[in-house]
Design a protein around this ligand. Structure first.
Ligand code: DC
Length: 232
């Protein structure tokens, strides 16, 4: 199937499988995949390691603003996929811990942090043939994206997925903590002042609670075929 030069925006709640879906679609369509959440996580890790955010989530905004002026946050292809780097240090593993997850929402609610991440996404998106996942890609970052998907799943399914993911990485989370973190993040992400998480009016909803990944890919192929009149 010949896919046109488009931007695909994938938004939705935490742990709905956005990145797994977007990565697979990227490889099927030979698109570039960009994980906007990883950039927010990278900023959060940096802030934690430099005492810019404290345990009660208070943020030293002047210090953070100053740090972002020179922060070298970028993706590098390490063979096993694209990984996030701070300078020459690969932080892909560190940014996925529950410790970072628990403070990423307050960091990503800061307006100038969002501007920092958005400028990085815009650099990449100018090339088209890109699929990005996040919370505000279809509403704020690329409102002109040709295809927008909003993914949902039940909280139970999402908590179980994140729990299994953390377990597989050797963290030993408590299911209730994972669920609590998801619910907290959903709340902060959808209630913040700057680009809150919401479905773009022209986004297609994908509830993948009872779907396999394969079915999700079939779903988006059908959507694109219909949208662009592609026969096969
Ligand atoms: O997709 P994720 O769970 O890795 O994202 C981590 C956090 O980053 C999420 O809780 C909210 C924030 N985020 C955001 O505010 N806007 C985006 N476009 C992507 C992520």
């Amino acid at each position: 199937m010949q896919i046109p030069d488009i931007i695909i925006a994938v938004d939705g709640y935490s742990s709905t499988g956005k990145s797994t879906f977007a990565k697979l679609v990227a490889s099927e369509f030979s698109f570039l995949y960009l994980d906007s959440g990883a950039l927010y996580r990278g900023v959060t890790l940096y802030a934690q390691e430099h005492g810019i955010i404290s345990e009660d989530n208070s943020i030293d905004e002047p210090a953070l603003r100053q740090a972002l002026a020179t922060l070298d946050l970028h993706f590098e292809d390490c063979g096993g996929g694209s990984h996030l780097f701070i300078g020459d240090r690969c932080v892909e593993k560190e940014i996925r811990t529950l410790g970072v997850s628990s403070q990423v929402s307050p960091i990503s609610a800061v307006g100038f942090v969002r501007e920092f991440v958005d400028s990085k996404l815009h650099e990449a998106g100018s090339r088209k043939r890109v699929i990005m996942d996040g919370r505000d890609i279809g509403t704020t970052v690329f409102p002109e994206a040709e295809v927008k998907v909003f993914i949902t799943a039940t909280p139970e399914v999402r908590a179980r997925r994140r729990f299994d993911e953390l377990n597989a990485k050797g963290e030993n989370p408590v299911l209730e903590d994972v669920m609590k973190n998801l619910i907290e993040r959903d709340y902060i992400d959808s209630h913040r002042e700057v680009s809150p998480l919401r479905r773009a009016d022209d986004a297609f909803v994908l509830d993948n609670s009872d779907m396999t990944l394969k079915e999700e890919v079939v779903w988006i192929k059908g959507l694109i075929q219909g949208r662009f009149g592609i026969l096969e």
